[in-house]
Design a protein around this ligand. Structure first.
Ligand code: ARG
Length: 269
């Protein structure tokens, strides 16, 4: 009986070893062949429709299709995980993830700690308010309660206008919570990326919200894919992004989500 147990343990051990060996050879990609695509760990904050959001528990959106197209072009597979906004930066800095895609604006502050690819999307902050709101421009936000996602360029822009000590600024872990605060009357406005608030207003007509543009208050921003500083993958992804912009793949993904042809002049400038 004892002998049988020993044999069984040995067989199991051998099997586990074999599995581990297969696993490593599959992901090591050392010979760099297309047949052995390495799977990269991608992190995101999936509460930013239509870019990245959860649909029946699956991360979906423009960013998902875009990064899949880029990775494929570069010869990689990706596995996207919804970890949240603040944690995604921690993961990239700590190199526990290979890259992040999350409508992340390229800016100098972030560039000190992380590397970005070339820009792939043009954006700007806009203001979302109830239809009957007296707020008509960014200046009107003075003294009003503004809901933003913590650690975003939206937060930064509002703080720049009214000071970082602004007591009327409500910061949330994700943008959906900021929108909920507006809907429940706990805030007078939400400041977030234009495509996100525009899409929200369009898809939720019963909420009676409108979007206000103020080009004097909010700058043009560009999204980039975020990498740990010094990541060797960054160059490969830069190349792949440029290639899918040339070969029509980018336009295909863009049209699927926005129903129009992309204007690449701004992005490439
Ligand atoms: N573009 C803005 C920024 O980089 C907001 C991005 C928020 N993204 C998200 N998935 N919640 O600060």
């Amino acid at each position: 009986m004892k002998k049988l147990k020993l044999v069984l343990t040995m067989v199991t051990a051998a099997f586990v070893l074999l599995l581990t060996a297969c696993g490593t050879s599959e992901t090591s990609g050392e010979n760099g062949g297309k047949s052995e695509e390495k799977t990269l760990r991608v992190v995101t904050d999936a509460a930013y429709a239509p870019f990245e959001y959860l649909d029946k528990g699956e991360v979906t959106g423009f960013s998902v299709d875009f990064i899949n197209a880029v990775a494929k072009q570069a010869g990689y597979k990706v596995k996207i995980e919804n970890v949240g906004w603040d944690p995604l930066f921690v993961e990239i800095e700590g190199k526990t993830a290979d890259l992040a895609i999350s409508s992340i604006t390229i800016n100098d502050k972030r560039k000190k700690t992380y590397d970005f690819t070339v820009p792939y999307f043009l954006s700007t902050n806009k203001i979302m308010v109830p239809k009957e709101s007296p707020i008509k421009s960014a200046g009107d936000l003075k003294g009003k309660t503004v809901a933003v996602q913590n650690g975003t360029t939206g937060q930064e822009a509002v703080e720049k206008m009214f000071g970082a000590e602004n007591k009327n600024l409500k910061k949330f872990e994700n943008n959906n919570l900021a929108i909920m605060e507006l809907k429940s009357g706990g805030a007078d406005a939400v400041v977030a990326d234009n495509t996100v608030v525009e899409e929200y207003v369009k898809n939720n007509p019963k909420d009676n919200l409108v979007v206000i543009e103020d080009t004097n208050a909010f700058e043009k921003e560009f999204y980039g894919v975020l990498f740990p500083k010094g990541s060797k993958l960054r160059g490969e992804f830069d190349k792949a992004i440029k290639e899918i912009m040339e070969n029509g793949e980018y336009a295909k993904v863009y049209k699927k989500w926005f129903n129009i042809e992309p204007d690449l002049t701004d992005i490439k400038a």
